[in-house]
Design a binder for this molecule. Structure first.
Ligand code: NAP
Length: 272
């Protein structure tokens, strides 16, 4: 299959999932992105169905399959929102075919780090555990504020999510903490404080505090406080719709396709 001139032939891995569905429904907002393939797990109930209708939209003529490599010969971009266990094989298939890859799948095992580094020598690779554009801008602003303000401004991160979320603090809160620590020039590992209860020591200098609130159907709120003597600065992001992650991934994918090999971050999108 050949694409329209300028078209980015895109394969979605995890096409039958919640994120896959969002990506498929929002893709028409990005006319350069042309759906080229839709992949799920080998045992998926969605196999062989039309990806568009499965996602609740119009038929698109692309059938859902369980194998990525055959689709890559004529593809320009892969968006992976599947499962951590599927990522190593998808990564090596993209390297073999020389196709740009955005990994939105979370929970990647630390040993994969070396493979990701090696892959980025061969393909344009963007690993993005949070594809919201505004969250990624917030991360930059937090780093900048932590670096600009003196250490006497205490940093506290408060996150709020729906009642079903199991992990705490959220991965995004941890990334914001890492950005704050980087801006301050300290180690997050040594300065993070995750729990306060009872009668304990008062707040330590350079501590980065985390608080997690769980309840209801909150999609995701992240607040980063800089608390000084006589003033407070609050940097805050609220997600009201999960579509922000899909839209951000499509913006990032469009930006990534056709780039030279390298390891990219969501924040690179704001620079170039
Ligand atoms: N980067 C971000 O901003 C962001 C935002 C939201 C979610 N995520 C992450 O994206 C991933 C997917 O999230 P989700 O909510 O869409 O999950 P989900 O609804 O459970 O969907 C997972 C999808 O992956 C497919 N899949 C599972 N194992 C696979 C395999 N071995 N090979 C190929 N496909 C496989 C599933 O197929 P079948 O079930 O049909 O078999 C399904 O299509 C998760 O890691 C999640 O944490 C990232």
């Amino acid at each position: 299959m050949t694409g329209e001139p300028g078209a980015i032939r895109t394969v979605i891995v995890g096409a039958s999932g919640r994120m896959g569905g969002q990506l498929l429904r929002l893709m028409p907002e990005f006319p350069r992105l042309q759906l080229h393939g839709a992949v799920t797990s080998p045992g998926s109930a969605a196999l062989d169905l039309d990806a568009g209708t499965y996602a609740g939209g119009a038929a698109c003529g692309v059938r859902i399959t369980a194998s990525l490599p055959p689709l890559l010969k004529h593809a320009d971009l892969v968006l992976d929102f599947s499962h951590a266990t599927a990522v190593p094989a998808n990564l090596s298939a993209c390297v073999d075919a020389g196709v740009a890859l955005l990994i939105g799948t979370t929970g990647l095992p630390p040993p994969l780090e070396a493979e990701l580094t090696a892959a980025a020598r061969a393909i344009a690779l963007l690993v993005a555990p949070n594809t919201s554009l505004a969250v990624n801008l917030l991360t930059q602003l937090v780093r900048q504020a932590a670096s600009a303000l003196p250490a006497s401004y205490d940093i506290e991160i408060v996150e709020m999510h729906h009642r079903a979320k199991r992990d705490a603090p959220s991965g995004t809160a941890m990334s914001l903490g890492a950005a704050a620590a980087q801006g301050r020039g300290v180690s997050l590992e040594q300065h993070a404080s995750y729990a306060r209860h009872g009668v304990s020591e008062s707040r330590q200098d350079e501590q980065i505090g985390f608080s997690s609130v769980r309840g209801g159907d909150v999609v995701g709120e992240h607040e980063v406080w800089f608390l000084g003597a006589g003033e407070r600065l609050l940097l805050k992001h609220s997600a009201t719709d999960r579509a922000v992650f899909a839209r951000g991934a499509l913006v990032a994918g469009q930006w990534l396709a056709g780039r030279t090999a390298g390891s990219y971050r969501m924040q690179d999108i704001f620079i170039n």
